[in-house]
Design a protein around this ligand. Structure first.
Ligand code: 5GP
Length: 134
């Protein structure tokens, strides 16, 4: 299934990459709730519902997301990194990782931030560097 997210992971559509492995890819959300809001995806997915993934992909995705969350925490000032799975918009399994200062930072209804490409590039590079250290 070629989704917009599989095309992003393949490099066909640009994104601000924060981490990658053979099977998984992590990149900044285009409409972030907080600076460093990241999406974690399997590169190829046959189902858009996370609980329908085969056990190996499911467990690998969460293990990858854990490392990305540790990198975000090291790179972006925050109290902790929040996790959410919705999938109401894009039909390709993904995990949201959101740096939190307070509960209010994880509100999918609030107006999204508008960061410049330079700001996004700098944040993505900082997370990528922390991920590479793990
Ligand atoms: P959900 O499917 O979990 O309800 O929401 C999809 C998320 O993907 C949203 O937070 C939205 O901002 C993000 N998103 C949608 N299209 C793109 C895109 O083309 N690039 C990036 N980086 N993020 C996207």
């Amino acid at each position: 299934m070629a989704t917009i997210f599989s095309r992003i992971a393949a490099g066909e559509i640009p994104s601000f990459k924060v981490a990658e492995s053979e099977e998984f890819y992590a990149f900044l959300d285009i409409n972030p709730m907080a600076p460093g809001h990241t999406l974690v995806i399997p590169r190829n997915v046959e189902d858009d519902y996370i609980f329908n993934l085969d056990p190996k992909t499911y467990e690998g995705l969460w293990a990858f997301a854990r490392k990305v969350a540790l990198a975000i925490k090291a790179a972006v000032p925050c109290k902790r990194v929040g996790v959410a799975v919705l999938g109401m918009e894009v039909p390709h399994t993904h995990i949201h990782l959101v740096p939190l200062q307070s509960e209010a930072d994880m509100d999918f209804r609030k107006e999204k931030l508008h960061l410049s490409p330079e700001e996004n590039k700098a944040i993505a590079e900082r997370i990528f560097q922390e991920y590479e250290k793990l």
